[in-house]
Ligand binder design. Structure first.
Ligand SMILES: Nc1ncnc2c1ncn2[C@@H]1O[C@H](COP(=O)(O)OP(=O)(O)OP(=O)(O)O)[C@@H](O)[C@H]1O
Ligand SMILES: [Mg+2]
Length: 333
């Protein structure tokens, strides 16, 4: 890590065991309610140096509430947030200097130019003079906003504004980077180089929390997953671990008209279900299930319109755990 602020904050935490030094974020038992409504119900989350954690979950699950409490923008009812050994509730200033946040809602001054926005934010984060100028140049290059630097942010397109907003979070090379739907509304190219920047920061040792509704970004980032549902982390681990632990492949038979509940393989009755024109059989051996099922369809075989093998994936895990449907293009609703 570079930057005097980081060194100062790290030094204030005193000597640490190597394992503890690796743990940049340590959240324990975080609770938050708005009136009667509990939004975070005791969230625990650890993120280590170099790790990217993809924070997934349906609309209203509590992702932005969690991120804004970690960033020091909202107060928790109880629990603790420790950033590189610093108690973020007791020492909010020191914690904030180690944190970069690009919130879901844009926070840019529309009448100021992109450069001026970056300068103001960089100064707030403790950057000065030549170092500030160099970093503005670097992040502007990385996020392709160089041609936009002298234009008022209010006149930029939505995706261009979000790039400026995200650049502000990266300027001081934070030890903890919090990106809340950074690629919402971004075009394909923008998404690609934003993900590059995130990977590079993580490779340099930052810990990253990255909330998204685009599941393909999780694999593109090489991120682990924290799945939040109704204020509780209901799954945590690598994509491989989650897929192995929570999902099996399935075969889907689609019919013209209502699907028949046909189960040819003994013992798999409980693994078959019908939804309208779809017969779905969860199976560890899709080829064997297809071979056994088609001859058993009898007269219904004439109404068969398609057979699809649905491989276990992050999508199927997400659906199994949250019971949600996902829209085309991999964006979850
Ligand atoms: N300031 C507030 N006052 C009252 N309720 C709030 C406030 N902020 C958030 N909520 C509620 O808390 C819940 C969690 O909201 P949050 O924004 O954290 O969800 P999210 O997981 O980020 O959702 P999304 O995917 O839509 O961004 C929602 O039901 C929301 O209505
Ligand atoms: Mg949100």
């Amino acid at each position: 890590m570079t930057g005097p602020l980081v060194d100062a904050a790290g030094a204030s935490a005193g000597p640490r065991a190597p394992e503890e030094a690796q743990r940049v974020l340590d959240v324990r038992g975080l609770r938050k309610s708005y009136g009667e409504s509990a939004v975070l119900c005791g969230v625990d989350l650890e993120v280590r140096s170099g790790e990217i954690v993809s924070l997934l979950g349906p609309n209203g699950a509590g992702k932005s509430t969690f991120v804004s409490i970690v960033a020091g923008l909202r107060r928790a009812d109880s629990g603790s947030v420790t950033i590189a050994g610093v108690d973020a509730f007791a020492q909010p200033g020191a914690a904030r200097r180690m944190t970069g946040l690009a919130a879901q809602d844009l926070a840019v001054y529309p009448v100021l130019s992109a450069r001026h926005n970056l300068q103001l934010f960089g100064e707030l984060a403790g950057l000065r003079g030549r170092e500030l100028g160099t970093r503005i140049g670097e992040v502007a290059r990385a996020l392709r906003i160089e041609p936009l630097l002298n234009r008022p942010v209010g006149l930029l397109s939505g995706g261009q504004k979000r790039r400026v907003h995200t650049a502000m979070a990266l300027l001081h090379r934070p030890r903890l980077l919090l990106l809340d739907e950074a690629t919402a509304g971004a075009d394909v190219e923008t998404r690609t180089y934003l993900l590059d920047v995130v990977r590079e920061l993580a490779a340099d040792g930052s810990a990253v929390i990255y909330s998204t509704h685009y599941l393909q970004e999780v694999e593109m980032l090489g991120a682990s997953v924290a799945l939040l549902e109704a204020g509780t982390v209901i799954a945590r681990g690598s994509v491989r671990e989650l897929v192995a632990g929570h999902s099996t492949p399935a075969v889907e038979f689609r019919f013209a008209g209502p699907a028949p509940l046909v189960v040819a393989e003994p013992g798999r009755e409980g693994f078959a279900e019908c939804h309208d024109d779809l017969l779905r059989i969860a199976t560890p051996d899709p080829a064997a299930t297809i071979a056994a099922t088609i001859p058993a369809l009898g007269e219904d075989a004439g109404r068969l319109r398609g057979v699809e093998i649905v491989r276990a994936s992050l999508e199927t895990v997400y659906l199994a755990l949250t019971g949600r449907r996902y829209a085309s293009g991999g964006e979850l609703s």
